[in-house]
Design a protein around this ligand. Sequence first.
Ligand SMILES: CC(=O)SCCNC(=O)CCNC(=O)[C@H](O)C(C)(C)COP(=O)(O)OP(=O)(O)OC[C@H]1O[C@@H](n2cnc3c(N)ncnc32)[C@H](O)[C@@H]1OP(=O)(O)O
Length: 525
Amino acid sequence: MDELTPTTAFRIADLAARQDEAVRIAEKRAVDRQHAKGKLTARERIALLLDPGSFVEVDQFARHRCAEFGMDANRPWGDGVVTGHGTVDGRQICVFSQDFSVFGGSLGEVSGEKVLKLMDLAMTIGCPVVGINDSGGARIQEGVVSLAYYAELGRRNAHASGVVPQISMIMGPCAGGAVYAPAITDFTVMVDDTSHMFVTGPDVVHAVTGERVTAQELGGAAVQSEVAGNAHHRAADEQDAVDWVQTLLGYLPANNLDPGPAYADETSPGITAADLELDRLVPDSPHETYDMAELLVRLVDDGEFTEVHSAFAPNMICAFARVQGHTVGVVANQPRHQAGVLDIDASEKAARFVRFCDAFSIPLLTLADVPGYLPGTEQERGGIIRRGAKLIYAYSEATVPKVTVVVRKAYGGGYAVMGSKHLGADVVLAWPTAEIAVMGAEGAVRVLYRRELAALPPEEREPARRRLTDEYRKRHGGPYLAAERGYVDQVVAPSQTRLQVARALRMLRTKRQSLPARKHGNIPL
Ligand SMILES: CC(=O)SCCNC(=O)CCNC(=O)[C@H](O)C(C)(C)COP(=O)(O)OP(=O)(O)OC[C@H]1O[C@@H](n2cnc3c(N)ncnc32)[C@H](O)[C@@H]1OP(=O)(O)O
């Protein structure tokens, strides 16, 4: 052997030294910088998310090739993003985690290549991708090259949409062009206080508009989860964010061809005490409200469900749950908030959820109690026609099993859109308390008998109005006109609902439906 050729032992020691530099030494620096900001490091986050010991890092020794602005003197291993794969609860995922301690986690050519390579891998093997974002955005030193990678990333996100679930965790800054990759992904979680998302930051806002606003006011977790709807969950801290993502993954299939996780059916085959409580859920007075979550917990396995977008448009509940061990997507009006009315936010929230479930073969369970669409100039000018239409579109194109329970009100357009037979529901159940009509009895009488009531002497008007309202309610106020026409398949006592919903979903497991082939539809955006 040539004296200059390194020995095998030397090469192994050299590898260990490089790994030490790439991981241990880099991590020490990252810990100091990140912990001081109340944040975990890129590697700590991955360790928290994945099953212990399951992480396999790829491209650990990738380094940037940029020589601009003195960059050639600083070429850290990994280039500011840790990428790889591992398992969550034994199920495969791919993960990338931006490392803010290296060039502010900014995206350059090499870090971009790493993330794209990882997404290509996830698409090839068909597993979810979790992206952990903590970045100053496009790497300024690399100029247009880094912008190119943002666009490439958006394209990959779009192509992966509906093929593998994509989840974004915003654990620090996410600004400018960087926001659009998470926006295309299916679910986004943000951490209180330490994360923000905006297209233009407070300095630019001030320079352009004169408005002074903090990063948190502009795009903190509270604003994004409650007002803008860009975040599906507002986590109290990083651990909470990880817990939510792990729970979410537990409901989801690995890809659009995977049947999804199924657990043993441990539900009771007979009527339980909790089922009987449903017979008392709906108050006698139509003006009194109740909590739709009380129904939901009694319909699903172990009373457990995980809401997405819980703080955004709370008049609509979108949640994952299980029925007899199989995942369902629940869409439910929440009468406790604005009487469960449909507005722009609720329509868009539910439409996107319905489309996610359909893309990943997750059956839909709809619980309807809806007084109709929210009237007003704000809604009309905001585009409720175009934006509300998304929900009709989403339900209509969904070919997964669709089961609907009409609990109380199903008025007007609200009836039609909330998973009605006419939008392709396979099974529609109605409670005897269901009121399926164009509008509530009081409103209907006001329109139908306006002239007759006005012609009556004032003292006779109120008794006549009450009598007519009562008559209308008896004729049109229940589920039976709809049942006569087969728009409702079964009228069931509330206490029967859990068993009937389970039967319907079991019966529908073999459902197959396909719509005419086309390039794609044109959902009103
Ligand atoms: C398509 C697009 O993404 S357009 C948007 C382009 N990005 C930007 O305009 C944001 C630029 N960055 C910033 O404004 C700030 O760094 C913030 C708000 C993100 C974070 O601020 P702080 O938490 O105070 O961190 P700080 O500014 O010290 O940044 C940490 C390090 O990351 C570096 N860094 C941050 N963002 C970038 C970036 N986009 N490109 C290159 N380096 C960056 C900083 O230079 C700093 O490096 P140093 O430690 O060697 O000094």
